[in-house]
Design a protein around this ligand. Structure first.
Ligand code: IVH
Length: 671
């Protein structure tokens, strides 16, 4: 059978990369699939099974440099299940074989994604640690395992003559990330995943190197035991391991029957991303040892245990094309169009590539086969290119367009910045559209009903090109749009009207100033208290805001200084968009906050503008006309009608000397 031979060759080659070189060529899911295909073929045609088929052994051979250890009790493998039905079959068969009349008790445990090890303790002392190897013979890694902090060198309590503890060595995610960050900084090769990093660490020739790697261990089984009776149940065995000072999983739980297993699976799957280490499924073990013994094994797999795998978080697919999307601030983002692939429980057909630097660093090309990862709710990403699968011909590099794909304006790549930008500004339809989408979004002005589709139409038909124009929409202008009934139009107008009452932080965020997210918008609002004060501030004053650096300060100052933006802001306010000024934070609480000044007449020692500026810098509001809300009227020579009006309204008066005294006493020494 040609296909079976080919699968065996492929699996053998992948196995060598995975187990011997610790450098997997493809994600586990691909390996599993090829293996499944071979198993199915062999099941259908038993005459083609060969003794050297990968289905007939557990896995790989020991690397030469470590001594070989023959396991006194073989280290078993687990049968995999990928669906609830397969778990149901497993449970049904076990009940049949055991002639069980009631539900079976199972111990459910996380399936840790690391390397199986066996640790021999003689009279309580760790004498040998070995990897699983091919299940019968493994490698002696005693020196390396001794360096793992969670491995006790001496057992606690009444240790038997011989106790072989079995478990998984793994690298927690935090340690893995830190290690890769450090490797990246040194320009070294990165580890593909935590399992791989753990394998590399455990097989270091120099145990000193292993000692520096953040390895951990969790135990879940025993091998040979002499001089002690083993408990009756797996649940009690875990308790015994803990009693001896060996770490077990805090997630392990006894469950009842198929329903209990599946419930455990779903609960753990939901929490998968929160765990500090990688797991690739759960393991169900029949709890009673007497039942385990009755069921026995098929080849190297126990009939009393099953690994229920989670959907793969990594899969292979091809890059069909790369397009560039234009964002709100003109940033060009490369988006790879993929051959759709089911990964992490969803179909992924697009994935963003962040920027050109990243593409160039990873040498990603159209036509490449890539590993796509989707873990939990995390945005899918390309992990790496599988260079081994790059066709000799037919791939081509990804090039940054010289002109915006939407508006045709030149694209610039700013030195020192990863992003490439369209220079079209508001003349670019994509930027207009994104700016509007952002303005109306839930965390900005929260204008209900203004989704992507509607905004696209409004921009395309030229009805709206800047946020203020949203408020000029009428029932009539909306009526011309696709699928727009009278009722929907009325709802949209009501939503627009409702959105006019907002808050200063939301408004600042909605403006879509580059680098100003919600947190920065809030900090700006708290520091300045009002839009007027923020608009009067220069970059230096803006930089005083906590957590605002020179780049953000410059971006805010430039945005607010632009006449086009000022016009949009003024029009928004003219349309009735409003908010209450907010209380300024203690640090920013200005001495004249909450007071309104009017300055009139000619001052001798400073210009009227300068006086107004100083008042504003101390937190005062400065107004052009006197009203009942005016706190002080500052009057120089020739005050005119304002003095008369202020006197009539009973507004307090300040002459120049009194003003200077007020300014002096309000200015803190550090100012
Ligand atoms: S029990 C019969 N329990 O999965 C007992 N194995 O696919 C055999 N693994 O070699 C192992 N977590 O490396 C068991 N809670 C767990 C496990 C676990 C991970 C690994 C182990 C084993 C492989 C089998």
């Amino acid at each position: 059978m040609k296909r079976a031979d080919e699968l065996r060759r492929q699996l053998a080659a992948l196995n060598y990369r995975y187990y011997v070189l610790d450098d997997p060529e493809v994600p586990d899911a691909e390996y599993d699939r090829l293996m499944q295909e071979l198993r199915a073929l062999e099941a259908k045609h038993p005459e083609i099974v060969t003794p050297d088929s990968p289905t007939q052994r557990v896995s790989g051979a020991a690397a030469a440099q470590f001594g070989a250890v023959t396991h006194r009790v073989p280290m078993l493998s687990l049968r995999n299940a990928f669906s609830d039905e397969e778990v149901a079959d497993f449970d049904r068969r076990a009940r049949e074989r055991l002639a069980a009349t009631a539900e079976i008790d199972y111990m459910a445990e996380p399936k840790l994604d690391g390397l199986a090890v066996t640790l021999a303790y003689e009279h309580g002392r760790l004498v040998r640690a070995a990897t699983r190897g091919d299940g019968a013979t493994g490698e002696d890694v005693t020196a390396n395992v001794r360096t793992i902090r969670s491995v006790p060198l001496v057992l606690q309590a009444d240790a038997p003559r011989l106790f072989e503890a079995r478990g998984e060595v793994f690298m927690p995610l935090a340690g893995f990330r830190a290690m890769n960050d450090a490797a990246r900084q040194r320009g070294e090769k990165l580890f593909v995943n935590p399992r791989n990093a753990a394998a590399g660490a455990l097989r270091q020739v120099d145990a000193q190197v292993t000692a520096k790697r953040p390895l951990e261990v969790i135990f879940y089984a025993v091998g040979a035991v002499e001089g002690a009776l083993l408990p009756e149940r797996q649940s009690e065995l875990l308790a015994l391991l803990r009693h001896l000072g060996l770490r077990t999983s805090s997630e392990a739980q006894r469950v009842r029957g198929l329903a209990g297993c599946l419930e455990y699976y779903r609960k753990l799957a939901a929490r998968r991303a929160e765990l500090p280490y990688q797991i690739d499924g759960v393991v169900y073990k029949i709890d009673r040892r007497a039942d385990q013994e009755k069921l026995g094994f098929v080849s190297r797999e126990p009939r009393w245990a099953l690994a229920h795998k989670f959907p793969a978080q990594e899969e292979l697919t091809q890059i069909q094309n790369v397009e560039f999307q234009v964002g709100r601030t003109g940033t060009l983002t490369p988006v790879a169009r993929l051959t759709p692939v089911f990964v992490g429980g969803a179909t992924v057909s697009n994935v963003t590539l962040h920027n050109m630097d990243e593409i160039e660093r990873n040498d990603i090309r159209v036509g490449d086969t890539v590993v796509v990862r989707r873990a939990g709710d995390v945005i899918p990403e390309i992990v790496r290119v599988v260079l081994e699968r790059r066709p000799k011909k037919g791939t081509h590099p990804i090039e940054l367009p010289t002109h915006c794909p939407v508006c045709g304006s030149p694209v610039v790549r700013v030195a020192g910045e990863a992003a490439a930008r369209c220079t079209g500004g508001f003349t670019c339809r994509a930027q207009r559209q994104e700016a509007l989408r952002h303005f109306a979004s839930r965390r900005a002005l929260d204008i209900e009903g203004f989704g992507d589709k509607l905004i696209e139409q409004l921009v395309e038909q030229g009805l709206v090109s800047s946020p203020d124009e949203l408020y000029s929409l009428t029932a009539q202008s909306l009526a011309g749009l696709e699928r727009m009934g009278e009722k929907s139009a009325a709802n949209l107008l009501a939503a627009l009207s409702k959105s006019k009452a907002t808050t200063l932080p939301r408004f600042l965020f909605a403006l879509g100033i580059r680098d100003v997210g919600e947190a920065t918008a809030l900090a700006l609002a708290r520091h300045f208290g009002s839009l007027e004060r923020l608009m009067a501030a220069d970059a230096a004053a803006i930089q005083e805001v906590p957590d605002v650096g020179p780049v953000v300060a410059a971006s805010v100052a430039m945005f607010l200084a632009s006449p086009a933006h000022r016009k949009v802001i003024a029009r928004l306010r003219a349309h009735g968009v409003h908010w209450a000024d907010i209380e300024r934070t203690a640090a920013a609480a200005a001495p004249l906050a909450g007071m309104t000044f009017v300055v009139t007449g000619t001052l001798a020692s400073l210009s009227r503008e300068a006086a107004q500026e100083r008042l504003r810098s101390l937190g005062a509001r400065v107004s052009a006309s006197v009203s009942a809300k005016t706190t002080y009227l500052v009057h120089g020579a020739d005050p005119g009608s304002k003095l008369a009006k202020a006197t009539a309204l009973g507004v307090q008066l300040l002459d120049e000397a009194a003003l200077l005294e007020l300014l002096r006493s309000s200015t803190r020494p550090e100012d």
